[in-house]
Design a protein around this ligand. Structure first.
Ligand code: PLP
Length: 466
């Protein structure tokens, strides 16, 4: 039964939130002035604010709500599990039924060589666990000098000290310190901003050379692992040229470097598969990180999938009696694991990945129609993971000044038209629930186009455009 609609004092909530809640990745002075929209409920692909205004959720919460909002089955599983066993430790020699069942289910849907799972509470700690497991692996192999990590500029791997350091978004490198001794970055893929006239093959060769140069600069004997999202998400939905991940993996293998595929966004259906590394990118990574779509965001849960190759080493008894001294209070959380099992059942039973495979190309084509608009430089992405890049000049690809706030402006116009899209710098990211049908894709993209036109008119009136 759907819950009855609650009434809210929007003004009071807005003020309480603005005065006391610190939001992730927010510009605090702007937030102090503007506060934020308060979302009250959700149903299927729609969310409703505290004034009961309805929006098509173009971002699935935050690349999360793959099965859609307000699922009664999930609410039921959560309540049942909370009554039965709301929490118990998974440390050392204790488990619980959903923990065991989910570990087994995940290895069934994962590439065949990934047969071990360590659960966390989200994506950052799933990557953090992978990094620490890489260290443990090389210690066990008697190669403790292998401890450095390589990631890509514009990557996003999380917000713990190490995973924020692995992340490579230049605009996020300002006012914090990072583990610069431990983490090194190489070029990011993406043809739109590659040198003019460069072919995908040349781009791929160049990226391969850059990785090899970096490995040799650091010394292969010092490098533990390489982290890569199959398609870079928060960094701007940057897809690599065909064969990129295979090439990078070969280079890593040649230098005894472990490969972590960060599928926190691409996992659980966004590209039409439970995991994209195998079926889409044809690689066998040593690790996969997952979160978000694992529970469709209904419960905070992450997973680090670990290959047999790594597990065979880390399970060996150590001569110095050191052990795998890593793990979280919430590893194997019974409610989170029960929710994930139900989420996977829904994805399978309702053939939601098939929907993504069928409608994904249509979504990309529909979005490409926006390229005719005055400010749209590029539309890109794959299946249900897409973005629009705005430019002042399509020839030179020059950006609008930051104070024009193009992506936020368009997102605000979008809200008036009943859509939520995510503004990131000069981009709008679209990552809706995977249940969208054709008419909802049309609505989302048409409303985004109208919003871009409205923002263009504003900017022209304000003298930003020639
Ligand atoms: C690719 C990727 N990895 C890791 C993370 C971090 O996940 P979390 O915010 O759950 O810690 C994110 C979050 O957006 C992500 O997009």
């Amino acid at each position: 039964m759907a819950p009855s609609k609650r009434t809210h004092d929007t003004r009071l909530l807005w003020k309480l939130d603005r005065d006391h809640a610190i939001h992730p990745h927010s510009d605090l002075p702007t937030f102090e002035e503007e506060g934020c929209l308060i979302m009250a409920r959700g149903e299927a692909a729609y969310v409703y604010d505290t004034e009961d205004r309805k929006y098509l959720d173009g971002i699935a919460g935050l690349w999360c709500v793959n099965i859609g909002h307000g699922r009664e089955e999930i609410a039921q599983v959560m309540a049942d599990q909370a009554r039965e066993l709301g929490y118990f430790s998974s440390f050392v020699d204790i488990s619980n039924p959903p923990h065991a069942a989910l570990a087994k289910k995940i290895v069934e849907i994962a590439p065949p060589h990934l047969n071990h799972v360590h659960f966390s509470s989200g994506g950052s700690d799933a990557n953090e666990a992978i990094a620490r497991t890489m260290h443990h692996y090389f210690h066990r192999l008697g190669k403790p000098s292998k401890r450095l990590f390589i990631a890509r500029i514009h990557a996003y791997h999380g917000t713990t000290f190490l995973t924020a350091s692995l992340s490579g978004k230049p605009e996020e490198k300002g006012a914090f310190h990072f583990a610069d001794e431990w983490v090194h970055h190489v070029d990011f893929p993406g043809l739109y901003r590659a040198p003019e006239g460069m072919s995908p093959e040349e781009h791929l060769d160049q990226l391969g050379v850059r990785l090899e140069e970096k490995i040799h600069e650091l010394g292969p004997e010092n490098v533990a692992g390489f982290f890569a999202e199959p398609i870079m998400g928060a960094g701007g939905v940057l897809a690599a040229p065909d064969g990129y991940h295979r090439r990078m993996k070969e280079i890593c293998d040649a230098h005894d470097i472990l490969y972590a595929s960060d599928e926190v966004v691409t996992g659980f259906g966004r590209l039409g598969h439970f995991f994209a590394s195998g079926p889409v990118f044809d690689i066998e990574p040593d690790f996969i990180a997952a979160a978000k779509g694992l529970t469709s965001g209904y419960f905070p849960l992450g997973a680090s999938l670990i290959s047999d190759k790594v597990h065979d080493v880390i399970k060996r008894p150590a001569a110095d009696s050191s052990y795998y001294s890593h793990g979280w209070t919430y590893t194997g959380h019974p409610i989170g694991c029960a929710v994930a099992l139900e989420n996977i059942r829904i994805l399978e039973d309702e053939r939601i990945l098939e929907n993504v495979r069928e409608l994904g190309p249509y979504f990309e084509e529909k979005l490409a129609t926006l390229r005719d608009l005055r400010l749209v430089g590029d539309t890109r992405g794959s299946h249900f993971m897409n973005c629009v890049e705005y430019v002042a000049n399509k020839e030179t690809k020059a950006l609008l000044p930051a104070e024009a706030n193009i992506a936020r402006r368009i997102a605000a116009h979008g809200q008036k038209r009943g859509i939520i899209v995510r503004p990131v710098a000069h981009l709008n990211i679209l990552s809706p629930p995977l249940t969208l049908d054709r008419s909802q894709i049309d609505f989302l993209v048409d409303a985004l186009g109208e919003s871009a036109e409205a923002a263009t008119a504003d900017l022209a009136a304000e003298g930003y455009l020639d």
